[in-house]
Design a binder for this molecule. Structure first.
Ligand SMILES: [Mg+2]
Length: 311
């Protein structure tokens, strides 16, 4: 991972992003004396982010920045996939799971300062392809946006997070048991559960709380998890996860696999949420695309528990 000198950047802004802040003023202040050539593009409809990113690549920019939430990042990443042009994440959405995973500052000025003040480095991140679409953070079967509401609470607000965990548990308890048929790298499994996750990131939008310590955004593998029960033991598991910031292993409650090629269907029609957007429920074939995209991330002083540091 090396630092990249950025001289020419396109900035794609989703004006419908969740945060209310003077984006243009912050960008102008951050870049006006930097010597960087920059162009702003505003999305008006779904698909614009993807097209703007593709055009930016053709024009030979050094980086493409995107302002928005996970849905915006997914679109722009789609246009940068397979190229060497890095994505600069400017977290502006109501859910910023990708930004949280990569330790991108939540404050726009700080996130923006990474471009020219750094220190930054370029990290290769996996993406996943399903049917004719793709995702970065993950896919959830079984529940919609109701569970993710409040997922971007300040990590300092510990009781807020605990309250969120319990409301999540309440949503999960209302789900009906479904039979999942899976084929992971050629091996078949049939498991009954409440929800199934195909994940590329470890967090749900909270810093330092991990769905599973083995999840790595750059390991060339997707993580598949099925929650089998949402009973009292599950509440205990949530509390332990909250206190230790990491989910303890419990195969009675959670099945967990890793793989590169995943076929998945459920006996009951379930809502499918992908990178925070609800998609049509379908039978899914998901494949990892290792190191599909380069992302500009803060260069951190190595800490044992920090996942973005090279091992
Ligand atoms: Mg992975």
């Amino acid at each position: 991972m090396v630092e990249k000198k950025i001289k020419n950047i396109h900035i794609i802004i989703n004006p419908a992003a969740g945060k209310n802040e003077p984006v243009l003023a912050i960008i102008n202040k951050g870049l006006k004396d930097s010597g960087i050539r920059w162009e702003i593009l505003i999305t008006k409809k779904a698909g614009d982010g993807l097209q703007f990113a593709k055009v930016a690549v053709k024009e030979g920019v050094d980086a493409v920045a995107a302002y928005g939430g996970d849905g915006t990042m997914m679109e722009v990443a789609g246009g940068l996939m397979g190229t060497e042009v890095p994505l600069v994440i400017l977290p502006g959405g109501s859910a910023n799971v990708l930004a949280t995973e990569l330790n991108i500052p939540k404050d726009l000025k700080e996130a923006f300062a990474l471009i020219h003040h750094g220190p930054h480095e370029i990290k290769a991140v996996d993406m996943a392809q399903y049917n004719h679409c793709h995702f970065i953070t993950g896919m959830v079967l079984g529940f919609g946006a109701d569970l993710v509401k409040g997922a971007d609470r300040e990590s300092k607000n510990k009781f807020g997070i605990l309250a969120y965990f319990f409301s999540a548990a309440a949503v999960l308890q209302r789900l009906k048991l479904t039979r999942y048929d899976l084929k992971i790298d050629g091996k078949e499994y049939r498991v009954k559960g409440l929800t199934c996750l195909v994940y590329n990131v470890g967090n749900l939008g909270f810093s330092k709380i991990s769905l599973d310590k083995h999840i790595d955004i750059s390991d060339g593998l997707l993580d598949v998890m099925i929650l089998k029960k949402a009973n009292l033991s599950f509440l205990k598991l949530l509390v332990t996860t909250f206190l230790t910031r990491e989910r303890p292993e419990n195969y009675e409650l959670v099945e967990h696999w890793q793989g590169k090629d995943i076929s998945l269907s459920s006996s009951r029609k379930q809502i499918v949420q992908c990178d925070g957007e609800v998609i049509e429920p379908i039978s899914l074939h998901i494949k990892v695309i290792p190191a599909a995209i380069k992302i500009l991330v803060p260069k951190l002083v190595p800490k044992k528990e920090n996942k973005t540091i090279e091992k």
